[in-house]
Design a binder for this molecule. Structure first.
Ligand code: CS2
Length: 490
């Protein structure tokens, strides 16, 4: 995406000024910072360039503050791009208004049923899906899934909402919307399709058939490093625009969106914002999950253990940066070549993005939800290494660092808040599995075998087991610095 000309807020065209770009055509579920730094921007640029009634109705599943803040400013907000030569602000006007689902679900369902809505995009993070990654069936014990299967007319979760909206459209004879997952899940479109159809089957087999025949679920790869907004974001926004904007967000200059071009009822001209429309997204998705997100998780857990609050500070250490480069090389070796992309250039660009001094991305933010993230970021590529590969080390180190972080947090905080400290949807299971164990081999055994998590191939792999335990022992006895140096053999 070309962001280099993003300059003064007053220079940015306002799509709402274009006669045919005033109405909503998209419902977005999950209007957190990432959506506002990514899809909202592409849609803004697309409407400014080509028009179209594609404004976005933003749905927040949990929080109400952001909804109130956006609605108080007619959906507009300030996007700060943290360029090396200083921050630049843009005014984004693609959001028409926002709805807090937790306050009232009826307007969300009305929006989903509205024939003017042709696309539903989604950023709710991995843990909100409630779909088994292997079978594609719904996790009936997932809190939102459980609630929504029992209360299909008043859903609170992703699957319940999507299916309730589709049911209303089927009943009213309205065309289905296209459903676009923009979360960092492998095969996000296919996974969501399987989950939505299975959810519908539980309620109404005819609806499941209608969805199977009518709803398109394109795959996407999304990328833009977007730290949580802080007081500095808001004060910089005020400094740059003169306006106090509680909905302001900040992000890096880089942005990428690779989309499978499979929309049943049209789409905005997102390519105007730099989106790449392709027939097969999976190789891009795999590359990004393994190289960017996998390295991110390695930096997050090693950074937490090494006392680095921000990614940029870890990357300022020569040894740490070398470790990240090594991991990128290891991750790249697990993938077939991708036409038009040189993995080593891609990796070098990632190292530079991680090192951006202007971006304060907390390792703690990335470290959350490890049980949701490690399978696609670490386990899947580790499984694709040939037997006996010398490249296993950094994958084993990342998993060992996750184990060490979990162990450390449980031991450091014996209060009832410990589950919160772990910041993982499976925190209770992790706490009870780990108990008071202090032996690295036992810690490994207790957590490697959480149900439905680590692939059987790794569970059965003695080399993997020994590699992880050796690194965990070192992390626990001598610390992150020593483990890092051992990995680099320095
Ligand atoms: C990060 C991602 O928090 C995380 O787990 O790895 O949010 C990452 O910043 C984005 O995927 C970048 O596109």
């Amino acid at each position: 995406m070309n962001t280099s000309d993003a300059s003064d807020v007053t220079l940015h065209p306002n799509p709402a000024d274009a006669a045919d770009a005033t109405k909503a055509g998209i419902v977005h579920i999950g209007i957190g910072a990432f959506h506002r730094a990514h899809q909202a921007v592409y849609t803004d640029v697309a409407m400014a360039a080509k028009g179209g009634n594609w404004r976005i109705i933003g749905v927040s599943l949990r929080s109400t503050d952001i909804v109130d803040a956006l609605n108080a400013q007619n959906g507009t907000f300030t996007l700060i791009e943290r360029h090396p030569d200083g921050p630049k602000a843009r005014k984004i006007t693609s959001i028409s208004h926002a709805i807090a689902a937790a306050r009232d679900i009826a307007p969300v369902l009305d929006a989903l049923a509205d024939p003017a809505i042709r696309i539903v995009t989604i950023t709710v993070t991995e843990k909100a899906y409630g779909i088994d990654r292997v079978s594609g069936t719904v996790q009936t014990e997932h809190p939102a899934v459980k609630h929504d299967l029992a209360n299909p007319d008043t859903p609170c979760g992703l699957l319940g909402l999507l299916v309730a909206g589709l049911k209303r459209r089927k009943d009213a004879g309205v065309r289905a919307y296209t459903v676009v997952s923009c979360d960092n899940l492998p095969s996000n479109g296919r996974l969501l399709r399987a989950g939505v159809i299975d959810f519908a089957k539980h309620l109404d087999p005819d609806l499941a058939i209608w969805i199977t025949n009518n709803v398109s679920f394109p795959e996407t790869m999304v990328d833009r490093i977007t730290p949580a907004a802080t007081a500095a974001t808001r004060s910089d926004a005020k400094h740059l625009t003169g306006l106090d904007d509680p909905a302001a967000i900040e992000t890096e200059p880089f942005s990428q969106w690779v989309i499978e071009d499979a929309f049943s009822d049209g789409r905005p001209a997102w390519e105007e914002g730099g989106a790449i429309l392709v027939a097969d997204v999976e190789p891009y998705e795999r590359m990004k999950l393994r190289m960017l997100n996998g390295s991110h998780s390695l930096i997050a857990y090693m950074g937490q253990l090494g006392g680095y609050r921000y990614v940029r500070d870890a990357m300022a250490s020569d040894a740490f940066s070398r470790l990240v480069t090594l991991h990128m090389e290891n991750a790249a070796s697990t993938m077939p070549p991708l036409a038009g992309i040189d993995f080593s250039d891609y990796g070098a660009d990632l190292v530079a993005r991680f090192a951006n001094r202007e971006i304060a991305h907390e390792t703690n933010q990335i470290a959350m939800d490890g049980t949701e993230k490690l399978p696609q970021r670490i386990f899947a590529p580790a499984c694709d290494l040939p037997p006996g590969s010398t490249r296993l080390g950094t994958f084993a180190l990342c998993f060992a660092a996750w184990l060490a972080v979990m162990h450390h947090r449980i031991n450091a905080d014996k209060t009832s808040e410990v589950a919160q400290q772990l910041n993982d949807p499976r925190a209770d299971e992790i706490i009870s599995a780990l108990g008071d164990h202090q032996d690295p081999a036992v810690i490994y055994e207790k957590l490697a075998h959480l149900p439905g998590w680590m692939p059987q191939q790794l569970q059965d792999d003695g080399v993997w087991r020994s590699a992880v335990i050796a690194r965990l022992s070192l992390l626990m006895s001598e610390g992150a610095d020593a483990a890092l140096k051992r990995e680099l053999a320095i």
